[in-house]
Design a protein around this ligand. Sequence first.
Ligand code: PSV
Ligand code: MN
Ligand code: MN
Length: 426
Amino acid sequence: MIDAQRLHDFNQSKQAEHGLRLGYLTDLLSRRGIDAQEVIRKLVQFQVAIPSWALGTGGTRFGRFPLGGEPRNLEEKIQDIGLLNQLNGSSNSLSLHIPWDIPSDVAAIEQRLREQQLVIDSVNSNTFQDQKEQAYSYKFGSLCHTEQGVREQAIQHNIECVRYGEQLGAKTHTVWLADGSNFPGQQHFRRAYQRTQESLAAIYEALPSDWTMLIEYKPYEPNFYSMIIPDWGTSYSLCQQLGKQAQVLVDLGHHLPNTNIEQIVGRLLHFGRLGGFHFNGSMYGDDDLTTGSMKPFQLFLIFNELVDGAQDSAVNNPAVAYMIDASHNTKDPLEDLLQSVDNILGAYAKALLVDRTALAELQQNNDVVRAEELLRDAFLTDVRPLVQEAYRQAGGALNPVAAYRTAAVREQLIQQRGKLSLSTGL
Ligand code: PSV
Ligand code: MN
Ligand code: MN
């Protein structure tokens, strides 16, 4: 869809200006003792997984406005992520949602993945919907349910997810629970927690020894009075009881307004329990906007914690799994994913510019203003030439969104797959 010559011509047309801007920034950074190439190398290495459910228009309960050309099956989802990765070199893995993405032919899927040089990052269970063949309903919860039969069904589903993941080489199982209650008195808080903990332990038991289980929290929705895992503290307590392979997953959209997410990140790193990230942008709650579109300073501060943790030998946290978790109603989802990755890499690049020795000294001396200025200086640096150079060095486009438009990718997808294609969105 995007042939190599076309990509090359596109980059050529932008190269002169890019060279100028990169040269200027490289000089500027070198005066501050920062090696721009070293930053670019880290950006090239950074990979963020794409979930299978972010590739089609999601819609809301009020309606959905299909864009056309959306992927109809796992093979086409892999094709779409391959396109993204061709353009930015930063999206080399995908996350599956079972049962939506049950592979009909494992060998064929593996072949597709190899062709596109992609890997499966994680599998995600779904106990927030009832499936046709299912014996019991999740209307009143799954892993927390009062009836053992329902809990057992949900446990088996999670184990089934892990088995599918094993076939495709995944190493991570993510559990997000919609369980909770809508009305006071509906659920006994302590007993519901206890049942959830026991169900999770049964799933954990079935986890291969080299796998990680990520436990995601969310303060509200679909339940609006209480959620079984509403906050990082609850996730953390469950992980502590489960064992070393369980880790907390932070989804940026799963916090109440004004929550200090960067501090949560710092805490979890301190405890060695930060397992994964779901990136999106949030205005009110779980509104899945483009990552970094609403609170770019917050995104930078989060990366500041991540970089700080990665450079601190006192921190003993396993590698963090990064994924975008978004669902869009108005944008072309592929363009949104390119924008999201761009914002993520920008925030990361800025965090890499922070002089940590100087910051530690300012913190030690309680120099509030200069410590803040130091962070602001990194945040306000225009790092786009570094991010663009990272794309170029990874074989991608200097400007992925513009290259996507130039190659008329969506139009080609519509021709291939039709105007009205079905997709799943959250
Ligand atoms: C629902 O809030 C949600 O967006 C969670 O963030 C999960 O990660 C995702 O759906 C997939 O189940
Ligand atoms: Mn999520
Ligand atoms: Mn969500």
